[in-house]
Design a protein around this ligand. Structure first.
Ligand code: ZN
Length: 215
């Protein structure tokens, strides 16, 4: 089932999805997660299951046991699980949640060198979230690596040491991941990227990543 309805292969880790469902994700991350959910039936089903559970925190064993059955039932219950229109809400390359932030207007791009452009959607004490435009063959600019970094591909693709990321794929990285994402040949890569405010979420990040990487 995973990845069958779309070409998405890199999904939202369950710990992040649970934090989002519980309303405890900082806004920059929440925007990336919401955008992925708007593009991905699979994560939408998991998200709905979390919401149905009242955002209750299940332990890993319980979650693993439940996930397949719950997801199947939730998918059955979706009003229009097959029709792409209500799920794939987007305008051009921008998912619905991004369009809301843009208020329906095109992003204001600013050149940051090497043909790379960015459009900062928000930058607060909770971190920042921006759109990045990366020409084919160019490296994704290094953005701080002070903590958790979420990158969602909206157009084109990029590759790094961990794999290839196409439209709808989300990469989760932290300061322990040494990686150099480079936009693939073809269409320019457009990404939505959220990063921490420096030093801000030192305590949150290990807690979120613990179930993922079993630190
Ligand atoms: Zn997904």
């Amino acid at each position: 089932m995973r990845g069958k309805m779309t070409a998405i292969t890199h999904h939202i880790p369950d710990a992040l999805l649970a934090a989002y469902a519980a309303g405890s994700l900082p806004q920059p991350y929440a925007l990336v997660v919401a955008s992925h959910i708007s593009l991905c039936l699979d994560c939408r089903a998991t998200f709905d299951a979390h919401q149905a559970a009242g955002g209750a925190v299940l332990d890993t064993a319980e979650r693993a046991h439940l996930s397949n059955g719950v997801k199947a039932r939730v998918l059955e219950q979706l009003d229009a699980p097959v029709a792409p229109e209500p799920v794939f809400q987007r305008s051009g390359v921008f998912p619905g949640p991004v369009m809301e932030v843009l208020k329906g207007k095109p992003p204001r791009w600013r050149t940051v060198g090497g043909g790379v452009r960015q459009s900062i959607l928000s930058a607060t004490g909770e971190g920042s979230v921006r759109l990045l435009f990366i020409p084919p063959g160019q490296a994704v600019p290094d953005h701080s690596h002070n903590g958790l970094e979420l990158t969602l591909v909206l157009q084109g693709s990029f590759s790094d040491e961990t794999g290839r990321f196409g439209v709808g794929d989300m990469e989760v990285a932290d300061e322990h991941l040494e990686h150099t994402p480079v936009a693939d040949v073809g269409a320019p890569c457009i990404c939505l990227a959220a990063t921490d405010a420096p030093l801000r979420f030192r305590t949150l990040v290990p807690r979120l990543l613990q179930p993922l990487f079993r630190i």
